[in-house]
Design a protein around this ligand. Structure first.
Ligand code: HEM
Length: 451
């Protein structure tokens, strides 16, 4: 039977006791709240927060509808409004032709051939980090990964050394996240307009980040050097304003800040959770050590080693399954539409959680277990793209995913060749669900030299 174009059937979901009862649950533990809704009401369910209608999709087929098949009917919309306050019209937040234009300008910086240039930088920064480590001491591995990833991002994309500024950048970013954690409030967009302590912190942090970014841009302008990196591409696009409509100073700032924050934050989180998981799974750790010892024989990895470091990549893949840094992807319906048998009105906010799908036993066997072997080519288990999507999927998926895979593998191989990271006992490792999945109080690890 032919499916009707429109249906009046609404997805099931909890009845609201008061306009903010769902808000409280969602703010306290959004993953727990979403899991509960999915378990009670199924793979397509809706709930309300204030006047907002929120749809939760918990099946790869429905998620595919939003991220790919019907993606023209969705925008980043309201949920990204607060992010725009910080990032302006960067690649992450912009829409339509503007987004396409900027995406075209920046694509070459993420082309596979650029990985030849990026991989030695990644190995070098991992070495620099290890040079400062002392056997038997403890470090907060999250801070260490942030410092290293910020250094890598600064060097590969802007040609500058940002390791010194890494702690400040991360601290400003955390102040910003604090207020971003409130994006689900029905009156969120007005929050920044009020002189509240959180808003004041936000604008201070934004202005410090701007200072760092504008300094980088100005210094490059002075040298007039085309280094083939992302900043060169952006500055070149500004100069060659003939065929295309070019790019303004402010747009360069927006893109540079977007790239810096999206690059260092997610990658350092993915690596932090990887070290934590390895410390809890000695068999996987041993297998990793065997592979890196055998492939690298004591030298730092190069791009040629990348395809040989198969188990290393499986470890990183499995870590991003259990701890996908972006644990929920959000869109807004820009017209009335149908998903499955249900009517979804214009303005509905749609949530899709890689975390929930990655922990669903229908799509991943033994989902709570860290099992890198499940990604071995020999298992022959062809997973659908929407069963594992830490980088999202479709036209708005992560532009930096090849870069992130490379950084993950290069860094894991570099470090695990020489060091074993052991979890310092008697600490509670907890997830903080801000815009991304962070360790609440960092993760203390003891450094043990292998060789
Ligand atoms: C493990 C590391 C990373 C993860 C898990 C990750 C994840 C994601 C996800 C889920 C999205 C889609 C967000 C949405 O639809 O709302 C995204 C978009 C994006 N990512 Fe990443 N990312 C990572 C690393 C990077 C790196 C290294 C860069 C840059 C060098 C980067 C730059 C971006 C940009 C610019 C977008 C917006 C793309 C667009 O909308 O066209 N990401 N990322």
């Amino acid at each position: 039977m032919k499916k009707p174009l429109y249906t009046s059937k609404h997805p099931p979901g909890p009845k609201r006791l008061n306009p903010f009862s769902n808000l409280l649950g969602f703010r306290k533990d959004s993953l727990g709240f979403m899991k509960n809704i999915a378990e009670k009401y199924g793979d397509i369910a809706q709930f309300k927060i204030g006047h907002l209608r929120i749809l939760l999709l918990n099946h790869p087929d429905f998620i595919k509808e939003v991220l790919s098949t019907q993606q023209d009917n969705f925008v980043k919309g309201r949920p990204l409004k607060m992010a725009k306050e910080l990032l302006g019209e960067g690649l992450l937040t912009s829409e339509g032709d503007f987004h396409k234009h900027h995406s075209r300008i920046m694509q070459p910086a993420f082309h596979r051939k650029m990985m030849d240039i990026y991989s030695p930088v990644m190995s070098e920064f991992a070495s620099r980090l290890m040079n400062g480590w002392k056997n038997g001491t403890s470090v907060d591995i999250f801070k260490e990964m942030v410092r290293m990833s910020t250094g890598i991002a600064g060097k590969t994309m802007f040609g500058v050394d940002l390791e010194e500024e890494a702690a400040e950048i991360n601290q400003e970013f955390e102040s910003i996240m604090d207020i971003f954690g409130r994006v689900t409030l029905p009156f969120a967009e007005y929050l920044l307009k009020l002189p509240l302590p959180g808003s004041i912190r936000f604008f201070k942090a934004k202005s410090r980040l701007d200072k760092i970014i504008y300094k980088i841009i100005e210094e490059r302008r002075k040298t007039k050097l085309d280094k083939g990196d992302l900043l060169s591409l952006l500055l070149l696009a500004q100069e060659t304003n003939k065929k295309d409509r070019g790019i303004s100073n402010e747009e360069i700032r927006d893109e540079a800040l977007t790239l810096l924050l999206t690059a260092f934050d997610t990658t350092s989180l993915a690596l932090t959770w990887t070290w934590y998981l390895l410390s809890q799974n000695p068999l996987a750790e041993e297998e990793l050590h065997e592979e890196v010892d055998q492939v690298l024989q004591g030298r730092q990895p190069t791009l040629d080693d990348y395809p040989k470091l198969k188990f290393t990549k499986m470890v990183f893949t499995e870590a991003m399954r259990l701890y996908p840094p972006i644990y929920v992807i959000v869109r807004e319906a820009r017209s009335n539409l149908t998903i499955g048998d249900y009517f979804i009105p214009k303005g509905t906010i749609v949530l899709m959680s890689p975390y929930l799908i990655h922990h669903d036993s229908r799509f991943h066997k033994d989902p709570m277990k860290f099992n890198p072997q499940s990604w071995a080519p020999s298992t022959n288990r062809q997973k659908s793209k929407y069963e594992y999507f830490p980088f999202s999927e479709g036209p708005r998926s992560c532009i930096g995913q090849h870069y992130a895979w490379l950084e993950g593998v290069m860094v894991i191989a570099s470090i695990s060749q020489f060091w074993r990271l052991k979890l310092v006992p008697d600490q509670v490792v907890e997830m903080a669900q801000l815009l991304n999945l962070r360790p609440k109080n960092g993760i203390l690890m003891q450094l043990e030299k292998r060789k």
